[in-house]
Design a protein around this ligand. Sequence first.
Ligand SMILES: [Zn+2]
Length: 159
Amino acid sequence: MPEVRIYKVPAEATAKAKSLLEAEDFFDVKAKCASCGSILESKISSSEIAKYETSESRGKIKPPEKLCKCGGQWKFEKKQLVINEFARTGYIFRSAASIGMKDGSFIYIKADFDFFAKNEPFLTALNIELANSSESIEAKEKIEAEQDAAATGMGGIFG
Ligand SMILES: [Zn+2]
């Protein structure tokens, strides 16, 4: 059963919260050059990763665009997809002011226990904790009212 959790974002953690929530998926990569043995350790976005690999298009083999300095091809020893689970699960980020509340911002997340068990530590590491119960109730009501209004086409523009 999914549950809703409301997190309070202190003003000074807003920028870090946004970069966590909006981060692109990426591959955590370790590759070795097939020619000279150089090692590449990097985070590569999912849109860039194909440039490191041989591709095939209509039976034609195309060499990778991205090569080692020596011209050799990279062979992946590790290629682990790191997904932004906040983006995948969905969240609502609202400044307190935009929903008629005080101080900082709120993050609204509806997800299963497993999601929270795995991802809540990334928030607490940024000093983003569960909102206290009265703030949590108020923020949840206001955000859900806003969502309902938007869904029925009566919503304005929410910041
Ligand atoms: Zn090389």
